[in-house]
Ligand binder design. Structure first.
Ligand code: UDP
Length: 498
């Protein structure tokens, strides 16, 4: 009888996100998605990171689960390890120097202890842990729990990264930043400038880290991906069949939540947020460009100066999100920009946290100037909004290729240098920024075709998560597989975790 009860109890999955909003937000969305399918979900994280996802989880528990009989999502909060970082600095967003970065990663490694404890005490059926926690593969194996890796990247970017790690094509490329380097073995011809790639010779410790993360992901039970089959079908085929990697595509996970207002912020949304939405209500459909670069990107005053010039020169209405911690406007404001803003009819600046999903889904939106973080990219795809792409580092240059060259739903601003938020970037002239926005939203044949393609992808994205859609089916298949594994474990079959 006890065995039968246990057999019938819901599947229990532990979600263990990396400590950065771009990882926490989709992981919380994914927990909501699995919870809505009857899975018991626990998210393991530290106090400030729990606060970042708390409102989204509360809303999911209220809106999705009440009366459905689905178990509520639980957040298991563990202390952030004391490694000498200032109080409150327990998220990658708060790390501002190389020495803090070192300490932060030291703290991240120490999360193995509470992770081990959770697995030993609660014995979940599976864990979805961030690819950045490469040690979680072996920890999960020791506890006999299958690990699913999650990086929050596209299959396209994962495939590019695989090609990079396998072939290191930069090594044999000419020592010229503008040299074009091909990534071998992919379904399309994909080439980047040398300066747009992570250079293993210049960043050996990053290269070693990516090798280790990838190896740990390959030793895992499989991967869950925030994407959908119809978006990148050739790459799903390539990843699964050619590279032999087990992946379930369950996205866009942001569509799991019905109320999209406040996602991923500890404090209340910026007071500008509400008035911005009212301001958008006064604008013509498709007339506004939204400008935001996610949570980890910082712009030098000279870059902000040119961006402000570009927005002015574009002649388009704009909503521009500027980080509260960014430079004071006196350091970058170009001549005439204060007067333009004072008119109030063509530009709106949000200082702080923006309700991005609500803005992207507003009918007034006609374009998005983005750094190509995968969450932002997929949120734009799901909203049918085409993009001006402005990648900075990580997987963003790959995502730009997908958006501009494979999906044809964007125009590149021509960013060339792969550099983190702590490094300097080449300044892009206002005229170039204005021209890119014009190509997307200026009513040309090129722009209109891009707009139409973006609308088409939005329909496909929504269909994927509906009952019978590809992502809906992948979630079902994964749940069934984990349930079947539980039965095999029960009858004592010797099964491995991968
Ligand atoms: N986001 C938001 N409001 C903001 C800034 C960011 O809601 O003002 C959300 C955005 O919708 C996305 C995430 O934060 O879900 C950023 O993730 P992304 O992968 O785009 O970029 P990252 O910050 O990881 O570079």
């Amino acid at each position: 009888m006890a065995a039968k009860d246990e057999q019938q109890s819901p599947l229990h999955i532990l979600f263990f996100p990396f400590l950065a909003p771009g990882h926490l937000i989709p992981m919380a969305d994914m927990a909501a998605l699995f919870a809505s399918r009857g899975v018991r979900c626990t998210i393991l994280t530290t106090p400030i990171n729990a606060a970042i996802i708390r409102s989204a989880v509360d809303r999911a528990n209220d809106a999705l689960l009440r009366g459905t009989g689905c178990p509520a999502i639980d957040i298991s909060v563990v202390p952030f390890p004391d490694v000498g970082l200032p109080p409150g600095a327990e998220n990658a967003m708060a790390v501002t120097s190389q020495s803090e970065r070192g300490k932060f990663y030291q703290a991240v490694k120490q999360l193995r202890e509470p992770f081990d404890r959770f697995l030993a005490d609660s014995r979940p059926d599976a864990v979805v842990s961030d690819s950045f926690f490469d040690w979680s593969t072996d920890a999960a194996t020791e506890h006999g729990v299958p690990r699913l890796a999650f990086l929050g990247s596209s299959i396209f970017a994962r495939s590019c990264s695989d090609s990079m790690l396998r072939n290191n094509p930069a090594e044999s490329a000419p020592d010229d930043p503008d040299a074009l380097v091909s990534l071998p073995g992919l379904p399309h011809h994909v080439e980047l400038r040398r300066c747009q790639m992570m250079d293993p010779a210049k960043r050996p410790e990053h290269w070693a880290m990516f090798q280790s993360l990838d190896a740990a992901d390959q030793r895992s039970f499989g991967e869950v991906i925030n994407s959908f089959r119809g978006l990148e079908p050739e790459y799903v085929e390539h990843y699964q069949r050619t590279l032999g990697r087990r992946a379930w595509l369950v996205g866009p996970v942001a569509l799991a939540g019905k109320d999209m207002a406040v996602r991923g912020n500890t404090s209340a949304p910026s007071p500008d947020a509400e008035s911005c939405l009212r301001w958008l209500d006064t604008k013509q459909p498709g007339s506004v460009v939204y400008v935001s670069f996610g949570t980890m990107t910082s712009f030098a005053p000279s870059e902000l100066h040119q961006l402000a010039r570009g927005l002015g020169l574009s002649g388009k209405n704009f909503v521009w999100v500027i980080a509260r911690s960014g430079p004071d406007s006196s350091e970058w404001m170009p001549e005439g920009f204060a007067e333009l803003m004072a008119r109030g009819d063509c530009g709106f600046i949000i200082r702080g946290w923006a309700p991005q999903m609500l803005i992207l889904n507003h009918p007034a939106l006609g374009g998005f100037v983005t750094h190509c973080g995968w969450n932002s990219t997929l949120e734009a795809v799901s909203a049918g909004v085409p993009m001006v792409t402005w990648p900075r580092y990580a997987d963003q240059f790959y995502n730009e290729k997908l958006v501009v060259e494979v999906l044809n739903v964007g125009v590149s601003v021509g960013a060339k240098d792969y550099a983190s938020a702590m490094e300097a970037h080449e300044v892009i002239a206002g005229e170039v920024i204005a021209e890119s926005i014009g190509r997307l939203m200026g009513g040309s044949e090129e722009g209109d075709t891009i707009q139409m393609r973006a609308k088409g992808l939005c329909v496909e994205a929504r269909r994927a998560v509906e009952n019978g859609g590809s992502s809906h089916s992948d979630v079902g298949r994964l749940v069934d597989e984990l349930m079947a594994r539980r039965s095999r474990v029960k009858v004592g079959e010797d099964i491995s975790t991968n």
